[in-house]
Design a protein. Structure first.
Length: 293
């Protein structure tokens, strides 16, 4: 049975970080906490804008680059660059402080997803899974008209390399004109699509979806069927099994209770329980920010 579309919201640009512009979908008042998803931003950043040093605890960030180059640096000494098609899957766990800035003079665009962690994993050690575009499994429809980058989960019998703490699908789909994409997703999963290019249809006899739209699927079926129409189409399908635990968020901290949020704030301020390196560390890359010009 095909999944229906429960809600459609078109994202609008807003300011974020230092001078950056994002189109936020998940995380707005219209789409608050689609368990296990906390936020999805389509970001557009050019130096000296960016995201200088800031902390996280209790969840994961998944950064998928579309254009340009982004550099990352954290207080544990990890530093890396992600280019178009690359993915960085960062598990903040008990605590991380990092900066994310454009690497070169061109505009950097991409998607960043905030993914909640179950209570049992919120205080694990931070971890990274980084894949260059050539290392991400690529699936294709039988007729060759649909390419699917399998970041998490599986599609057309091709499985992802990423390890996730709860079952997740993250598929980057590119369709030629007059193509059809079919994808199985368990009925109980929270699932949505975010459109990047074209005007695909996500439901039989439904309207064409505009660019920068979030389409939330209902839990009335276990299959998604998309048609591209007369133009190329590009979008992501993201789905996951709900964790089913309380979500309490305060800025960059996401825990299960208010007491745990207060503890996270105190740990960060007092440099303990995972934030020991915070007071004595500043990233080099944040010097590119307009804060330091």
């Amino acid at each position: 049975m095909l999944k229906s579309i429960a809600k459609t919201v078109v994202s609008r640009e807003q300011a974020e970080g230092v001078g950056a512009r994002v189109r936020r979908s998940i995380g707005t008042h219209e789409l608050r906490n689609l368990d296990p998803f906390l936020m999805l931003d389509e970001f557009k950043v050019k130096l000296p804008s960016g995201f200088p040093d800031h902390p996280h605890r209790g969840f994961e960030t998944v950064t998928f680059m579309l254009e340009g180059t982004f550099e990352h640096e954290d207080f544990m000494g990890h530093r890396g660059v992600i280019e178009p098609g690359d993915v960085q899957w960062m598990t903040a766990g008990r605590g991380i402080v990092h900066a994310e800035m454009p690497k070169g003079p061109e505009v950097a665009t991409g998607l960043q997803l905030w993914l909640n962690l179950p209570a049992k994993a919120k205080m694990i050690d931070p971890n990274y899974q980084e894949l260059s575009t050539k290392d991400i499994p690529l699936a294709q429809s039988p007729d060759g008209k649909v390419d699917v980058k399998v970041i998490a989960g599986e599609s057309y019998d091709i499985k992802a390399k990423i390890h996730t703490y709860s079952p997740i699908y993250y598929l980057h789909v590119k369709m030629q004109p007059d193509a059809t994409f079919e994808q199985k997703i368990p009925a109980n999963y929270t699932a949505f699509a975010y459109t990047l290019k074209g005007s695909p249809k996500f439901a039989e006899n439904g309207p064409e979806a505009p660019e920068h739209a979030t389409l939330v699927f209902g839990k009335d079926g276990d299959e998604i069927k998309v048609t591209s129409g007369s133009k190329n189409a590009e979008f992501v399908i993201i789905a996951g099994e709900p964790i089913g635990e309380p979500i309490v968020q305060h800025g960059p901290f996401v825990m299960n209770t208010k007491e745990e949020i207060m503890q996270a704030m105190m740990d960060y301020q007092l440099a303990r329980n995972g934030f020991e390196n915070a007071p004595k560390w500043e990233s080099e890359i944040q010097q590119r920010s307009s804060l330091f010009q």
